[in-house]
Design a protein around this ligand. Structure first.
Ligand code: NAD
Length: 336
């Protein structure tokens, strides 16, 4: 069994811990928290060994009556792989810590690409991470784009991708984020960082532009890809239907946006109403000459979770891409 430690038990970290626990070949060595808040209490309830991420704060956990098993150094020592799911920028500060223990580490998409030796999306470049000491699982938006562009590029060739990302202002728990009544070109410069970020995992020409809107549920992408060879909308639908992490939203389902997608996830009994798959409106898939158009919803809090699980296997060198993705998907119930 691969022992996986999770440093940073917030939005991404707690989902990764649960996903690791569900795998037949992995177990959670423990999770590290900076403070004894509701998520720390939740970790204890889940039965995860809890470690203090900052040595000087051990007392705070004891005073709050939240039992801890030690400090983050002990967790790293006891882990075969550590998933760093701390806020953007903290991962880079933590890298020397993992190196000092000689423990391979995964970082998240909020970090700059140079935090790690390789950036990662399982469908695009799993093999690049085999045996690496440090891997960055790219952001939710980048993951969502790489998952559609990889099969398109393999099958038809991508001459040029142009994507407008309508981004949620914050996650539901991020009470301080916005906007609350605006529509912001964000960034106001073009390209946004997402296009170059896709190119860290996949060699395709792509330009991206971003907006931020008053929503917390999901991101929505308007995608336009000029293909190198001919295809029809049905060809692309067939191609995507073979990809387990792409969910084609049936026109008859009456799912008209992110709200109903989340409702659907709840109806399906998904933990935390998570949607690990890209949600592509099937009827939006349209090809004019060689120009493909589609709309997709990306659940920012969860699409990177299966990618983290696969990245653990990649750095441990225990499975190839197809084996790992199949194991991850079966254990989590991915594929709608
Ligand atoms: P979060 O704020 O929800 O969780 C981060 C957790 O790390 C919190 O529990 C915080 O208390 C803890 N923490 C802070 N400093 C720490 C330290 N020094 N050591 C250990 N733990 C510490 O953040 P998140 O949304 O889970 O984001 C984590 C990473 O994942 C970021 O790089 C982010 O860009 C990336 N990411 C986030 C999303 C998203 O939509 N939430 C999507 C994809 C990728």
């Amino acid at each position: 069994m691969l022992r996986v430690g999770v440093n940073g038990y917030g939005t991404i970290g707690k989902r990764v811990a649960d996903a690791v626990r569900a795998q037949p070949d992995m177990e959670v060595a423990g999770v590290a928290k900076t403070r004894p808040n509701f998520e720390a209490q939740g970790a204890v309830r889940e039965g995860y060994p809890l470690y203090a991420a900052i040595d000087e704060r051990v007392d705070r956990f004891e005073e709050a009556g939240v039992p801890i098993d030690g400090t983050v150094d002990e967790l790293i020592d006891d882990s075969d792989v550590v998933v760093d799911a701390t806020p953007s920028g903290i991962g880079a500060e933590n890298r020397p810590l993992y190196e000092s223990h000689d423990t391979p580490a995964l970082f998240q998409g909020g970090e700059d690409a140079d935090v790690a030796d390789v950036s990662f999306t399982a469908r695009a470049n799993y093999a690049d991470a085999t045996g690496a000491d440090a891997v960055r699982v790219v952001s939710c938006n980048t993951t969502g784009l790489a998952r559609i562009l990889a099969p398109l590029d393999e099958t038809y060739g991508v001459e040029k991708a142009r994507v407008t990302l309508v981004r949620r202002g914050g996650d539901p728990s991020q009470t301080g984020r916005g906007p609350i009544n605006d529509i912001l070109p964000n960034p106001t410069t073009i390209p946004s960082h997402h296009g170059p970020d896709v190119q860290t995992v996949l060699d395709v020409p792509i330009d991206t532009a971003g907006f931020k809107v008053p929503a917390t549920l999901m991101h929505v992408h308007s995608v336009n890809v000029t293909l190198e060879s001919d295809a029809t909308g049905d060809d692309v639908r067939e191609l995507f239907a073979d990809e387990n992490r792409l969910f084609l939203v049936d026109p008859d389902a009456g799912i008209d946006g992110a709200g109903k997608l989340k409702e659907y996830a709840m109806d399906r009994g998904r933990p935390r109403a998570d949607l690990w798959e890209n949600c592509i409106w099937s009827e939006s898939i349209t090809v004019e000459d060689r120009d493909l158009y589609l709309f997709q919803g990306i659940h920012q809090e969860s699409d990177v979770v299966p990618e983290n699980v696969d990245a653990v296997r990649a750095v441990a060198g225990v499975a190839d891409a197809d084996e790992s993705m199949a194991t991850t998907d079966e254990a989590l119930g991915i594929g709608l």
